[in-house]
Design a protein around this ligand. Structure first.
Ligand SMILES: Nc1ncnc2c1ncn2[C@@H]1O[C@H](COP(=O)(O)OP(=O)(O)O)[C@@H](O)[C@H]1O
Ligand SMILES: [Mg+2]
Length: 240
């Protein structure tokens, strides 16, 4: 809980360090990084290739752990959770979206969206209803029975967004979600992400190389040499 008048911080990255060791060599990727994300914010994370963007996303999403420092989400220190508790936390709180969509080719759109719900206590009927609702939200209710290869890239990414949404997560982490899309499809995906933040209060962190994609966010964070280089807060503009 935050005090009245204080911004409501959802994510706090506190002096996070991540070092990869390979053979005798160490590579310091994040070096005392600090970041605060307000609840409901749409953040774009930019930076040169190899600057640690995916590493940071994976740490915030509980897929990886820092070597030093801590990540707090809703005030809870992720470092205090066991591996099993962290996996359960992730299933409950985080939706991931990837550049290459990562849909299961043998499953229909509907079945792909239902996948994260198999870990929950929902009945089969509830799972179907939630998945229907999520597909409806991304405008693909009429494609529920299609397999990924029967969809366009933009449609596949919208199915992946529905899958990220279906468990009603707090946080959506998207790693270059428009990297493989044409401009029209990218704009649809960005419009959806903006809507999830503005209308549904989801907190979004999106890695992108594309300054135009970053324009959809209300905060642009630049990563360089293991630290945040600059933070640009702005009024979000929706892609038209
Ligand atoms: N599991 C790993 N083991 C060793 N090095 C890694 C690993 N993951 C990433 N790296 C290295 O860490 C650096 C940052 O990677 P990454 O976070 O993927 O950067 P970005 O997403 O900004 O391109 C890169 O130099 C990459 O080669
Ligand atoms: Mg990356």
């Amino acid at each position: 809980m935050s005090a009245p008048g204080q911004p409501d911080t959802l994510v706090r990255v506190d002096r996070v360090r991540r070092v990869y060791r390979r053979g005798g060599e160490s590579l310091v990727v994040l070096d005392g990084l600090e970041l605060e994300m307000e609840r409901g914010g749409f953040f774009a994370l930019m930076g040169p290739s190899g600057s640690g963007k995916t590493t940071l996303l994976n740490l915030i999403g509980g897929l990886d752990r820092p070597d030093d420092g801590e990540i707090y989400v809703e005030g809870e220190a992720l470092g205090s959770l066991s591996n099993a508790a962290l996996a359960a936390w992730r299933a409950d709180k985080v939706g991931f979206i990837f550049q290459g969509f990562n849909l299961m080719p043998v499953l229909s759109a509907q079945q792909n969206v239902e996948l994260p719900l198999l870990l929950t206590g929902l009945s089969r009927r509830e799972r179907r209803e939630h998945a229907r609702h999520a597909l409806d939200l991304v405008g693909l209710a009429d494609r529920a029975k299609h397999r990924p290869r029967q969809l366009s890239g933009g449609q596949e990414q919208r199915v992946a967004i529905a899958r990220a949404l279906v468990s009603d997560p707090l946080l959506i982490l998207a790693d270059e979600p428009t990297g493989d899309l044409d401009r029209a499809s990218a704009d649809q995906v960005l419009g959806l992400l903006s809507k999830l933040s503005a209308e549904f209060g989801k907190t979004i962190l999106m890695v992108t190389h594309d300054p135009r994609a970053a324009e959809s966010a209300n905060c642009i964070v630049h990563l360089d040499k293991g630290r945040l280089d600059s933070i640009e807060r702005r009024a979000a503009s929706r892609p038209s």
